[in-house]
Design a protein around this ligand. Structure first.
Ligand code: DAH
Length: 333
């Protein structure tokens, strides 16, 4: 019984859970102090047994209470310590928390898609790795056609290549679907080119509208491109300039009045007052022939998304769009 004080102190002085556990074994364990005391009951004369047992039980109750309280306190302290070390203060205020933003190319792409989806165009995606037929031949670009040189192609094994434009998706779509067709095809394209205005990978959006002969005219093309370009660039003038593409006849390149100088003439528009933004035309009959379409007419157009993004955000160097420099991206949140 004299050990009472000594045991109480042992519990009180335990300053972590490990020590407390060894104290628990020492006091309450099978071979612990209390077990030994209870075992002594046998040796105690009968008339003293009751008082002895009472004392022992009181002692046990007191020690148990002390132990439980100590254990709770140490556990709470351990949780506190862990929270202090690993915890997150969700109420903490940070004035300059970094937030993400869309890359200007993705944002511009989304805007282009939004416009054409609102006009009921479906979205088609073709393969990046394609064959000569879909990327060139069926688009009225036969082998040795000089216009192939304009597109520095990445050739792969077995006559395959990385598509140089999304025009290839025109062919895939018409092969799997009967007219009418009303699609845009957004996606990456690849060319062996790298300088201030070219990167080996960039993005295009192709458009294609086909219906029965005579239903689709150049007027439809002109209307939708004007409407689209004003949606993208605001109140601009739009000009259709005769040009050549193998897959369209007639073909036009489309210019908008320079958004930098209000068509006064500046460095960006090379003093012309105009900025070229896309290519378009009426689908060449040879393209329809290649996919087995008869008695149809249609228009097609194609544009470069990076060019749109650069004009809209006034970005000077195309390559900066692909450098992953956060300082550029931070400007577009
Ligand atoms: N495929 C052309 C290019 O990559 C863009 C283009 C021009 C697509 C005229 C067309 C079009 O559908 O009609 O430069």
């Amino acid at each position: 019984m004299e050990e009472l004080e000594h045991l109480e102190n042992k519990i009180k002085e335990a300053d972590d859970l490990k020590i407390l556990e060894s104290v628990r074994i020492e006091i309450f364990g099978k071979k612990g102090v209390l077990a030994k005391e209870f075992a002594r009951m046998k040796e105690i004369p009968n008339e003293e047994k009751k008082a002895f047992a009472q004392k022992l039980n009181t002692l046990k109750a007191k020690l148990t209470e002390l132990f439980d309280a100590k254990k709770m306190a140490l556990e709470a302290a351990a949780i506190e310590a862990m929270m202090a070390k690993e915890g997150v203060d969700v109420t903490m205020y940070r004035a300059h928390a970094a937030s993400g933003g869309l890359h200007p190319v993705a944002e511009t792409m989304n805007r282009i898609i939004d416009y054409f989806v609102s006009m009921n165009f479906a979205i088609e995606e073709g393969p990046f790795v394609d064959d000569d037929f879909h990327n060139f031949e069926a688009l009225n670009l036969p082998k040795h056609h000089p216009a192939r040189d304009m597109q520095d192609t990445f050739y792969l094994r077995d006559g395959m290549l990385l598509r140089t434009h999304t025009s290839s998706v025109q062919i895939h779509t018409m092969q799997k679907q009967k007219p009418p067709v009303r699609i845009i095809s957004p996606g990456s394209v690849f060319r062996r080119d790298f300088d201030l205005t070219h990167t080996p990978m960039f993005h295009q959006v192709e458009g294609l509208m086909v219906d029965e002969e005579g239903k689709i005219s150049f007027a439809h093309l002109k209307w939708i491109l004007e409407d689209f370009l004003r949606y993208m660039f605001g109140d601009v003038k739009v000009r259709f300039r005769p040009s050549f593409f193998p897959f369209t006849e007639p073909s036009t390149e489309v210019d908008i009045s320079c958004i930098f100088c209000g068509a006064e003439g500046c460095r960006v528009c090379s003093q012309t007052g105009w900025l070229e933004v896309l290519g378009s035309g009426m689908v060449d009959p040879n393209v329809f022939k290649a996919v087995g379409y008869e008695n149809v007419s249609g228009y097609a157009f194609g544009l470069g998304v990076e060019r749109f993004a650069m004009l809209i955000h006034r970005i000077g160097d195309l390559r900066s769009l692909f450098e992953g420099d956060l300082r550029l991206l931070e400007q577009f949140q």
